[in-house]
Structures are given as C-alpha cells and as structure tokens.
Design a binder for this molecule. Structure first.
Ligand code: LMR
Length: 393
C-alpha cells in the first residue's frame, strides 16, 4: 500500500531551516523561518513564561484532561488580549488549538462545515502554508492582489477590486498585523473600507493574528481586528501564541468565532467536535502558561515589557538596515524597510539574487526574498545591506 505514496513537496520555509543548519560556514546568517532571535542569535524563553513555568511546576497537582475546547480562563484571557476588555461575550465561541496553524486549519474546517460551497480568499502573497493546507483539504480558494511589488507597499485599489468578487458566505482571510511575508500592512482607515466591503458582500472575515505585539504594540496591532469585530456580524480570528509569548514548540493557539447569539451553542459544540475528531485535546502546557501570564499582574507587566523590548529591537534593526541601504544605494528606494512592520519584509530580490546571497554571503532568506528582521543584529545589518546591493537588487 505504501508503495503507492507520492512524494510531497517540502515546505519551503522548513526546508530552508534544515539547509541553514547543515551549512558549515561560521559567518552564516539565518533570515528564514519566523522565529525571534536576540542579538546573540538566541531564541530565549521569555522571563514571565519561565516564572510561570516555575510556579506551575510547584502548584500543578494533576495532568488529567482539561476541557475539550480548552479552558474558559484561557479563552477569556485571549479574547481580552485580542478583542479588548469589552468583547461581546454572548457572541463568542472559542477553541484552544495546536498553535496558530491549528487555529487556521480549524477555521477552514468550520467554514466548510457551515458552507460547503464557500471560497476562501487569500492575499497574494500569503503565508505559503495557508494555501498548502487549503490545497490539502481540497478547499476552493482564490487569491486577491495585495502587494505592489514595485512600491513594496499594499496595493489597496487592486485588493478592493478583487475582493469585490467575493460572494455571500465566502471567507476573506486577512492578516491582522505584520503581514507575512510582505511586512506591508493596512492602515486603520483601510481596515474600515474592507469592513464596508465585507458587510456589503456578506463575506466572512477570517483574521490570522500571529504577530500581535511585534508591529506597533499589543493594542495597536489588534486595532484592525477589533474594528472588523465591532462591525461584522460573523468573524473568525486565528490567534497564535507562538511568537508573542515565545512558546513556539508548545503549540498554543486560539480560534475565536463571533456570530449570532442564537448560533453560539451549536458553534461552540462544533468547535469542540472538531478538536475531538482531529486530535482530541489541544496541548495544555502552553495555554496554561499564557493564562497565568495574562491574568497575573506582575507576570503580565514583565511579559509586556519584554515584548516591547523585542518589538523595539526589531524596529531599531529596520531603521539601521534602511539607513545602511540608503547610503549604499544612494537612494531612498529601500526606505520601505523602515515603514514595514513585524518580523518580515519582502525586499524584492529575484530567486536568483536570493540564491546568490545564500551561496556568496551565507545569508539565508526565503526564496520570495522574505527576510526575518529578527535574524539580524547590529553587526550583520551592514553585511546584509552590502550583499543586497552587490546582488543587484
Ligand atoms: C514563518 O512564516 O516562518 C512562521 O510562521 C513559521 C512557520 O511555521 O512557517
């Protein structure tokens, strides 16, 4: 039976991770996978998470099962962080998931159960795994234009023109902040225009919020999501705790669904059912740590302070890289690096130029020229800038 299996395409981001590890060159620079790294190249366990783990180790008396959809405290803490303290409790259903990827997968599953004829609209480009999952599911999807490759900015008119084709019951996938892979984001005003269009079309927004706190701050990064949630009758939000809590391997995420109050019970039951059919309970450890950090004032203050350090560090690197490129290119054509937000910027190099930088300079970025700003430090920024110019970008 297994002889009939066909090889599956490797995930490009994860394949690059393996390629980087195998590279013996000591000066190599990893700007690939979306993992935060400090100036020494480490991905530390955040202070508040470490403290919560210690408390948990002392306090925890059982490892018995939790609630199938996740615990109420986790959902309340996540909803407050994402939607604000006055979130509409009576309309919210929530599911603890295996990371943000799990939340996306469950959102797609829920959409297809609710409307088997739905089409998922995804930005072009988007995180490649969105499309890979949709293809694996056999789920219909359509791209909408998003990125102006020349300006390295959002092409809002093109986006609106394409989304005008969305039908009632279609799902429009949006990146809540820190767009992956481009780094180019909607303004709050544009979020309002998107809300108007979705309202008019009867389409359902699905917001992938994987980097809250990495762009303009914890509150500011949720502003677009909150605007959509306050305006649309039905919304899905897939939130990841991997990056902002630095708990990648704990696989912690949340799918929040806002809908009609009358539909809440069945929606909540369907979410629990999806967990049960897929893997039963989502892992507890990360979700418990997140709940502790969000609800304990001292842990929360320390976590927010460290998250701000991380965010400001990335902003500083953006400024430095933009300044370096301005000087080397004698132009302002790379100033977009400082305007982009989050971990990533798509710098607009061709696949050949990306390959040249890997082969010549041991600089690793994803083939579409997405680079992870957090993979840089004050020493490697000038090396990258030089490599970008030498490659002819
Ligand atoms: C990324 O885009 O690099 C991250 O979201 C990690 C992943 O799973 O791809």
């Amino acid at each position: 039976m297994f002889n009939s299996l066909k090889p599956q395409p490797a995930d490009k981001i994860l394949a690059l991770m393996g390629q980087f590890r195998a590279d013996p060159r000591p000066e190599k620079v990893d700007l690939g996978v979306g993992v935060y790294k400090d100036a020494e190249g480490r991905t530390p366990v955040m202070r508040a998470i470490k403290a919560a783990e210690k408390q948990l180790w002392e306090r925890e008396t059982t490892k018995t099962y939790t609630a199938l959809a996740g615990e109420a405290e986790f959902h309340a803490a996540m909803a407050e962080m994402v939607l604000g303290a006055d979130y509409p409790k009576a309309r919210l259903s929530a599911l603890q998931t295996v990371g943000g990827t799990g939340a996306c997968r469950m959102a797609f599953e829920l959409a297809r159960m609710a409307n088997p004829g739905t089409t998922i609209w995804a930005s072009d480009p988007t995180w490649p795994n969105h499309l890979s999952i949709l293809n694996f599911m056999g789920q219909a999807w359509k791209p909408y234009r998003y990125f102006d490759a020349a300006a390295r900015a959002v092409d809002f008119d093109a986006m609106m023109a394409d989304l005008a084709g969305a039908k009632a019951g279609d799902v429009v996938l949006l990146h809540g902040c820190c767009h992956n892979p481009t780094g180019a984001n909607l303004t709050l005003e544009q979020w309002g225009v998107v809300a108007d269009l979705l309202e008019e079309k009867g389409a359902i927004p699905m917001i992938d919020l994987a980097y809250q706190g990495f762009g303009d701050g914890l509150e500011a990064d949720a502003a677009g999501t909150r605007l959509i949630a306050s305006r649309l009758p039905e919304v899905m939000i897939a939130a990841s705790c991997s990056k902002n809590f630095g708990i990648y391997r704990e696989r912690t995420g949340s799918l929040m669904v806002l809908g009609d109050e009358a539909a809440k019970e069945v929606t909540q039951g369907t979410l629990a059912y999806l967990n049960r059919q897929t893997y039963s309970f989502a892992p507890d450890h990360g979700a418990r740590l997140v709940t502790m950090v969000l609800t304990d004032p001292a842990l929360r203050a320390d976590w927010e302070a460290e998250l701000e350090e991380v965010r400001n560090g990335m902003l500083g690197l953006r400024e430095q890289l933009a300044a370096e490129l301005r000087q080397l290119s004698n132009s302002d054509r790379f100033d977009f690096v400082a305007r982009h937000r989050g971990m990533f910027s798509r710098i607009g190099a061709s696949p050949e130029q990306v390959e040249t930088m890997r082969a010549t300079n041991a600089i690793y970025m994803v083939g579409d020229s997405r680079l992870n700003i957090a993979g840089l430090n004050a020493r490697t920024v000038p090396l990258l800038a030089r490599a970008i110019i030498d490659a002819g970008v």
